[in-house]
Every structure is written in C-alpha cells, then in structure tokens.
Ligand binder design. Sequence first.
Ligand SMILES: Cc1cc2nc3c(=O)[nH]c(=O)nc-3n(C[C@H](O)[C@H](O)[C@H](O)COP(=O)(O)OP(=O)(O)OC[C@H]3O[C@@H](n4cnc5c(N)ncnc54)[C@H](O)[C@@H]3O)c2cc1C
Length: 499
Amino acid sequence: MSQKRILIVGAGVGGLSAACYAAMNGYRTTLLEMHSRPGGVCTSWTRGDYVFDGCIHNLAGTSPDSRLYGLWRELGVVPRLAMRGYDELVAVERPDGPPLVLHTDLDRLEAHLKALSPVDAPVVDELMAGARWFRGFDLLGLAMASPAERIAALARGAPMFRKWGALTLERFAERFSDPFLRRAFPTVVYDWPGQTMLMALYFMGRASVGDLGWPEGGAQAFSQAIADRVVSLGGEICYGTRAQTVLVEHDRAVGVRLADGVELFADAVICNGYGPDVIFGLLGGRFTSRAVRDYYAHPEDRVEMGVHVCLGVRRDISAEPHAIVLPLEGPVVIDGEPRERLYVECFGFDQTLAPAGAAPLKVVLPTSWERWDRLSRHPVAYKAAQAEIAEAVIGQLERRFPGLRDQIEVVDVATPVTTQRFTGNGRGFRPDPAVLVKALFAGRRLSQTLPGLSDFYMVGQWAGPPSLPMVAAMGRDVIRQVCRRDGRPFAADPGEASG
Ligand SMILES: Cc1cc2nc3c(=O)[nH]c(=O)nc-3n(C[C@H](O)[C@H](O)[C@H](O)COP(=O)(O)OP(=O)(O)OC[C@H]3O[C@@H](n4cnc5c(N)ncnc54)[C@H](O)[C@@H]3O)c2cc1C
C-alpha cells in the first residue's frame, strides 16, 4: 500500500503541530510555508545584538505536572527549551504610591492586596478563593483530555464558570472601594478591555503552580524546536513556498496550486493561516455556511497587540517586573490615539536575548488595521508614523527609566502591516470565549472542517481558539481525525523524557 500524503499550508504553530503528528502517524508529510522560517506570529526577530519577541508573554503548560507539558514534549519543545515561571504576572504602577503587583505566590498576593487596601479584604478573599480554585483545575489542559474527562471537568467547573464567566475585570473591580484598585485591576490581563474574570483567575491560579511561564529563548526558539521535530520525524518543510489555490475535485481537496503554478497532489490538505485568506482566497469562498461567512467576512479592525515598539537597551533591567502597566501623565496621543497607559515588557530575565548588561524592552499598543493599511501605501508617511511612535514612547519611558534614551542601541517598530507581510495575519479577530468553551468542553471548533468539502481541514487561531496550546492541540486533533477517517489508530510519539 502506498504511503498517503498530507499537504499542510502554513508553518504557524498549528500547522507545525499537524505536521509532527502526521509524520508520527506514517503520512508522507509536506509543509508549505511562504516565509523563510517557521512560526507564523509565534516569532522573534534579531536587530543588532537583540532578539525581540513578537509573541510569548505567558505560555501554558510549563509545569511538568500539567497535561500541556506532555504536548510540548511530543512536539519537541521540552526538554530542549528550559521552562521558567515568573515571580509576578504584572505590576500596575502609579505615580503616587506603591504598585499593584500580581505576585504569582498567592499567599504573598493576598497579603499585598490587603495591605494596599485593608477595607477591601472581603473582595480580596473572594478573588483569592477563585484563584486558588484554579490551582487544581488545568483548564487549557482539557484540550488534551478524553470526552469523558471533559464532561467530568465541566460538571466540576460549572459553578465557577457560572459565577465568573460573564463577569469582566472592569465589573469585578467595581467591588473594590480603593480607587487605585478599582482603576488598576481591569488592566492586569495585558490591559485588554472586557476580559473575563475566568481568564484572570486561570492566569493567577496556574501561574502559582508554575504552569504559566516562558520557554527560554522565546517565540522563535519555540517554533524552531517544533519545526526541527517535524524534520526529525521525516516530514518535509518547503520555505519560501506560497500556496495560491486548494485544488478541489468532486468536492474533495486533492492538492494545492502554488504561486508559481506548480501543482502538488495529496490525500488530504490542511490549511493553517489567516482565516479570510483560506476561506475566500485559497478556496474561493466555495465552501461556507452562514456562520463561516459571518465570522470570516468581517474581521476586526482593532488589533490588540498590533504595534510593537522594540528597544535594545544597554541597561540591566533583570530586576524589573517582566510586564508593567505604566500610567502616563494625562492622555498622550501615540499612534493617533489618546493613551493613558503603556504596556511595557522587560525581557531582562532571559539572558539569551541580549548581551550581558543589556536587554530588549518592548511596548505593545492596540491599534487600527485600517490606519496602518492606509499608511503603508505612502512609504514616507508610514516611516514617519513609526518614528513618531518610537519617539513618543521613548519620551514616556524616560520618566520611568531615567537615562534610558542614552542607553538605547536599537529601535524597531513593527506594525500590523509588518505582521501581515510576514505571516499573512492582518486584521484582528473577536476573542470569543464561547469558541474556547466549545473547543475545551465539546471538542468542537469553528471550522476544523468546512461544509461540503472532504479531505480538507483547517488548523490555527482562525479555526478554533487562539493561543499556542490551543492551536498545537488542534493540530493534534486534526491528525487524529484524519487517522480515524483512514481507519488507523492514532499514535503520538511521547518525545524525549526530561532529564
Ligand atoms: C502579539 C501576540 C502575542 C501573543 N501572546 C501569546 C502568549 O503569550 N501565549 C500564547 O499561548 N499565545 C499567544 N499568542 C497567540 C498565539 O501566538 C497564536 O494564537 C498562534 O501562534 C497562532 O498560530 P496559528 O497556527 O494560527 O498560525 P499563524 O501564526 O497564523 O501562522 C500561519 C502561517 O501560515 C503561513 N501562510 C499563510 N498563508 C500561506 C500560504 N498561502 N502559503 C504558505 N504559507 C502561508 C504564514 O506565513 C504563517 O507562517 C499571541 C499572539 C500574538 C499575535
């Protein structure tokens, strides 16, 4: 019997994961990637002596006791990369008093919050009870669970989901009487508006057991580890290769036509990448439902972490919190919008990213895709906008880090247009908690398969919930589904045991 072939378009983490499991299960596996390296948005870039991470803040599955750690081992991330936790998730600062530090040690956090506002002790108790409950509830690990385990987890978690699921950080913060806590608490999850309390409690609980952290070397090291695993399992990765059309015969995906006209044929095609491009570009909009059209035809203009102002600084920032919400003195217009705070990331904790005594420092800003798309048609204006943002950000950082301006060796500003050029991902998407809940508890994704088209699958953040573990688990599930279709048992090579 000849070996069946699977073609995978896109070496984002979802595509890389699918390629690993396809190869593990004996498929002839070819991964086509338009860029010159793997990872998609899970990437870093080097400028001078500095490596700037474009992605990872918190990786779930860093504890050897978690289910997701097993996923990272199967994918060759561990033991190759050391995993580390953080002492704090974020520090929310203020000009006139001590910061709110979200310590990962929950006893320390409780004492800290009660010291910041003794009268708010009952609210703190409620918060801490929720965070402590999540210590023992590996929510994202459910992506690796059996249907029976998911049902049991749903039964166990239902009261918590009812209590916290629809509550935003903003609404919860209204319970504090201390004005600073009311202001600061809504910003603790990346300073994104409208986050659900479930996410905050999950972060707090799992970080406290070392299950949320950082892989040494960051995003590119992470993606490269999985790409190397694909190759070591016998899979092939073709870089600089753009797929243009999915070839369909009798409502079956049979291969891919590349941008240079070459046609490749396969028994199944898996697409990873920017959802609207896959649905309306590669497939020409032929296989949709109303739900699929509604979701993919109107991606969001808002890109939450759209602009990355990256600075290489010859300064020891290893003692700084790795994430800081920094208040500005009154609203300051940056990137065309009045801003009251900056989200600052200090990478002094990972010595592999810069020479000794230096570190990358980054500010991420939410932005508008339309604005950058427009600017990109006028290269001079685009460059000027980048320079203006860098200057404004440096001016604000100088107040927090006196002398910083003179220590800056590299400045690099990435925009949503940069991300689109290198990964195909342009606009933002609606982070819909329902998509996560359906995936975790019912194993259902938005568009893992499409109506009317067989032998075709989608993986990645446009087909299911975002985040590295969710897209990697989806790659695994898609191959499980292909194996089931082909009547063969699914196998996962456990990878190297940790030393
Ligand atoms: C700024 C930022 C911070 C994040 N922080 C975290 C975090 O802290 N923790 C976490 O878990 N998750 C985080 N995420 C989310 C996580 O990184 C993403 O959900 C995940 O990496 C998306 O992977 P994907 O499989 O969807 O592929 P993508 O990253 O979208 O990659 C798709 C790939 O397909 C390729 N491609 C597209 N079209 C074609 C074509 N026609 N032909 C060939 N190749 C093609 C692209 O070049 C790209 O390499 C973050 C994301 C961003 C953007």
